[in-house]
Design a protein around this ligand. Structure first.
Ligand code: A2R
Length: 320
């Protein structure tokens, strides 16, 4: 029997491609010399899409494919896929939850420590040969006595909270709804949370409802001792407001793993030496990326075999 057609709009890991090629006829859009011609050729027969990174899978693309049944996304965040449209048109969207939770939480705590204690700047100081002249200056901020506010206490947020407890931090959070399985203090607005803490950890998905949620007013509420950490999505933080707040002392510092226009980082952020900027490496170990890749594959293979994927997103729940 002929293998069904699968569209891969952007490059993915070799282990994903190799496994998918055993079950699907994989069409690599990024390799096509004429992408539009390839789409014309395969759109009528494509049953599945495998995607990830910054590749957009929007309604315009999906609506060209009458037989499309599933979009398997690499990553727990799937703001690049129009899952609402997919849900309305009987197309499953899957993501890769759980397998990256602990890795991202590790990165989040590392980023917080690096930022509070200026560790990357201290390392640059050593490498520049400045240590023999005088020790690196004492850092103005510390993790000691900090109050950590978590914006998005989901799977990753809770894993960060568990680590932060071990560091002796006072923990509170804001979600749209109160979590029933934790005893941390709940705030029913982001502004309320930011006013109550001096350290704000952003772990929410990118969406219309979180777009620029961290605004000038939220940064003001965080205050002059404030540290902002963003490990969720760049779109959640108004970067221009953040640059201004860092320059004029509205908040003390920031540690960012995600940006509004990746991989482009605004010069205004690059110019501030004490902040910490990482190139979206939250889940980026071989171990965890392999686990994520395997889940991308397993969702597709399970769907092909049974009609049901393993980890559909909320907008496209399992159908009976
Ligand atoms: O609001 P709730 O009760 O649905 O809680 C979710 C919260 N959240 C929000 N909180 C406030 N305002 C919003 N508009 C909003 N939208 C979502 O974010 C929930 O507690 C949390 C997301 O948790 P999970 O769905 O378990 O996701 P996970 O695995 O922790 O990953 C979070 C994000 C990904 O979407 C990527 O963007 C990034 O971390 O890697």
């Amino acid at each position: 029997m002929a293998k069904p057609d699968l569209l891969m709009p952007g490059q993915m890991m070799g282990m994903i491609i190799d496994q998918l090629e055993t079950a699907f006829n994989v069409h690599k859009l990024w390799e096509a010399s004429d992408g539009e011609a390839l789409l014309e050729q395969v759109s009528d027969t494509v049953v599945a899409i495998a995607c990830g990174g910054h590749v957009t899978v929007d309604a315009a693309l999906m609506s060209r494919m009458p037989k499309l049944g599933i979009v398997s996304n690499f990553g727990v965040g799937y703001d690049t896929v129009d899952a609402a449209w997919a849900g309305q048109h009987g197309v499953y969207v899957t993501n890769t939850p759980n397998v990256l939770t602990e890795e991202v939480a590790d990165t989040a705590m590392a980023l917080l420590l690096m930022t509070a204690r200026e560790l990357p700047a201290a390392e640059r100081y050593l490498r520049a040969g400045k240590w023999p002249q005088r020790p690196y200056p004492l850092t103005k901020s510390t993790l000691r006595d900090r109050k950590l506010g978590i914006f998005g206490l989901g799977r990753i947020g809770k894993a960060i909270a568990r680590r932060a407890e071990a560091f002796g931090l006072d923990i509170s959070y804001y979600n749209r709804s109160k979590a029933s399985d934790v005893a941390y203090a709940y705030h029913d607005t982001l502004e309320g949370l930011a006013s109550a803490v001096d350290t704000l950890m952003v772990v929410v998905p990118g969406s219309e409802s979180t777009q620029h949620a961290v605004s000038t007013d939220i940064l003001k509420a965080l205050g002059p001792n404030g540290i902002l950490i963003n490990i969720g999505r760049g779109s959640v933080v108004d970067e221009n407001a953040l640059i201004k707040a860092l320059k004029d002392g509205t908040i003390h510092s920031a540690g960012l793993d995600v940006f509004e226009d990746e991989p482009n980082v605004p010069q205004g952020l690059l110019d501030i030496d004490r902040i910490v900027l990482l190139p979206h490496v939250g889940s980026a170990s071989v171990h965890t990326r392999n686990a994520m890749g395997q889940l991308v594959v397993d969702n597709l293979l399970n769907w092909k075999k049974t009609g049901k994927p393993l980890t559909p997103v909320n907008e496209t729940p399992l159908r009976s």
